[in-house]
Design a protein around this ligand. Structure first.
Ligand SMILES: [Zn+2]
Length: 321
């Protein structure tokens, strides 16, 4: 079985899919059932997809088919998942921008986190303060395009380097955006209001969460659901330029978030773009479904490592402030 066919099966809880519509020019698959053993013609189509190079036109076409055009997309992505992309990360961004889409990406940076002074060391904060560097030992945050954690991936790194990029005011968990509504959505982010942009998206009908080749562990917005479910957000302290220490709100451990899949599957629409499985969720619905699941069972987000301080403290309600 080809890797794509395996991925199709893996991502389908029913385990049985057949392609419902194939658009040769668009290079996309719609599917709702996968055969237990894909037939030779099915394999041929999958192989065809694997041999293709994803173009800007393909991305724009996907935006149309998925109803993202003109909307706001909170995008978590793995560029590698696409297979070959003509022009790389810039092509994905350009394909969405061409359709009037505003793109929001995570542009986190962990290098500036330091140990706070003793009077600030709040309890139940998911933090082993003894493991943190002292002020002066970290690499201070500056809002420059090269200050981003590598784990964010190629597409956020590309967005950050564009002239039009708007970056939120947060030295650890900044969100950045490009597109017509970038400023409107992002400029409300502050060190002690990390998910303010998500509140804006929550109030809009045209906002979507898109997971392109990644799973729910990358969906930062789940931390916003945690907040709505009654958890207090963790605090982290970051050194910024000039030697100042800034107190910030940050997210929790996300390693257990795939356990929420059973709740988000019913509101998911998915399709392949090149080799990348795009999973699309209406933003507000996603937040509500996840917040409801957490309220019902606080332990559902736990990563199952009984020693995980962040999960243990988050499930207990978060820091005592
Ligand atoms: Zn954990």
């Amino acid at each position: 079985m080809t890797p794509s066919a395996q991925a199709l099966r893996k991502n389908n809880s029913a385990g049985r899919l057949i392609p419902a519509l194939f658009i040769p020019e668009g290079r996309f698959f719609w599917f709702d059932l996968l055969p237990e053993e894909p037939s030779p013609w099915y394999k041929k189509y999958i192989k065809g997809i694997e041999d293709m190079v994803v173009t800007q036109r393909d991305i724009s076409h996907a935006a149309d088919l998925l109803g993202l055009s003109g909307g706001i997309v909170c995008l978590h992505s793995s560029l590698k998942s696409f297979g070959r992309v003509e022009g790389g990360a810039g092509t994905v961004v350009a394909g969405l921008l061409d359709k009037g889409t505003t793109i929001i990406v995570p542009t986190f940076y962990y290098g500036a986190i330091v140990c706070p002074p003793p009077e600030k060391r709040i309890v139940q904060n998911g933090t082993d303060y003894s493991s943190l560097p002292a002020p002066g030992e970290a690499a201070p945050y500056e809002p420059t395009p090269d200050i981003i954690d590598k784990s964010m991936g190629a597409i956020p790194a590309f967005v950050l380097k564009t002239e039009e990029c708007v970056r939120g005011d947060h030295p650890v968990n900044s969100l950045s955006a490009i597109g017509p509504k970038a400023k409107e959505i992002i400029e409300c982010q502050k060190p002690l209001d990390v998910y303010a942009p998500f509140r804006k998206l929550y109030d809009r009908e045209d906002a979507f969460l898109v997971l392109a080749g990644v799973d729910l562990r990358r969906a930062t917005a789940i931390h916003f659901s945690e907040q709505l479910a009654g958890r207090r957000l963790f605090r982290a302290w970051a050194e910024i330029s000039g030697g100042m220490i800034q107190e910030t709100e940050v997210g929790s451990c996300s390693e257990g978030f795939n356990k929420l899949k059973v709740f988000t599957d019913p509101i998911e629409r998915s399709m392949y773009v090149g080799e990348s499985l795009w999973r699309v969720f209406p933003f507000r619905k996603f937040i509500d479904v996840v917040a409801g699941a957490i309220k019902e069972n606080q332990a559902i987000t736990h990563c199952d490592d009984e020693n995980c301080l962040r999960c243990n403290d988050a499930v207990s309600g978060g820091p005592v402030i």
